[in-house]
Design a protein around this ligand. Sequence first.
Ligand code: LLP
Length: 436
Amino acid sequence: QGTSRINEQGHLEIGGKDTVELAASFGTPLFVYDTQMIRERAQAFHEAFRAQGVNYQIAYASKAFSCLAMLQLADELNLSLDVVSGGELYTALEAGFPMERVHMHGNNKAPEEIDMAVANGVGCFVVDNFHELKLLSKAAHSHSKTVNVMLRTTPGVEAHTHDYISTGQEDSKFGFDLSSGQGDEAVAEVLADQAMHLLGFHCHIGSQIFDTTGFVMAVEKLYSYIASWDETYGYAPEVVNVGGGFGIRYTEDDDPLAPGTYIEDVIEAVAREAKQRNLSMPEIWIEPGRSLVGEAGTTLYTLGSEKDIPGVRRYLSVDGGMTDNIRPALYEAAYEGIIANRADEPAKTNYAIAGKCCESGDMLMWDLPLPDAVAGDLLAVFSTGAYGYAMASNYNRVPRPPVVFVENEEARVVIQGESYADLIKLDQPLHAPVKA
Ligand code: LLP
């Protein structure tokens, strides 16, 4: 996978850097990103679109992992950017990300967030609801600007990895419900407003999806409505955005498709649907988060205490846990890992890997086969690049770990680890500490 390999000392190496040395230099827990892999993923999406000869944008869903360096890398890779909050937008601004390639998302954008995005000239608003349409119109008029609008729709296709639920209606907090005619009203409202330019339509069917059926179903559903908007308003979209959700490999059981396969099937479906209705081929936009950065991230932990319940389970604890990876506790997400300092040794024993938080649910893995592991060994957990650091917390007042990018035998800190002092930075004491 990517640039990972086992070196002569039997150590896991990423981007030409020995993980044992990385742990020694930067401490653990440590997030290590193989940036070469991020480049390759972005390239694969670009190539898939170019091969089909359509106009496109690939918007990196920055919720998966956002920091200044990551957004600058995304810019270098000619990606657009999906931001969902004032904070993600601020990060993009500070990174110098071109605002015309920023797509502003969110189901409850605050007036201040909308104003900030309009003032800074974001490329488009993915508008979620009627309340937002009003706020956006007001902001656009007050800035004397015309803003680009994508209407987020819920075409009634929900992906649950391999199962698809197709209903007339999707019971979701996001987007305009199409079945009840909300789409028609929204289209009419945007078309009537001088300060808004309707670019097209957006949908997002879910995450960690391993086949293309759901995307094709969503395109077909959406086009049945697009056809009616063409008839009623003479409007055809310039852009269709099918969202993100392309699956990645967390464990051996996951079998992700190549980026090209998703893209080919989506483009084929849009081309077919558009042609059937004599509509021109729109630009195709996508919003991958996990599939760009997920597998590129590895977390390094140091093993500490062990608890053996004979015949039941052997627990090994790491120096992090739900504070740097909430996904197992929140979604029962599965991961795999190895002992990075003895990566060449065969696995012998199944271990349950526990985090260090005061909470029974703070488990990273329940059955990880490892060679006999001892305190001080380095555990590498794979595919932690998406929604790991991004969802990290200071629960138990655990400082968030540093993040390094590695490539071509170089390691670069892109987010510093928090110190204890950082943890109380915003605290306002009642009085000066009374020394005993
Ligand atoms: N576009 C929209 C509108 C989204 O809501 C999302 C993810 C994406 C794109 C990117 O999806 P991706 O390609 O990364 O699957 N915290 C959860 C995932 C939440 C995803 C929310 N929306 C997790 O850790 O699995």
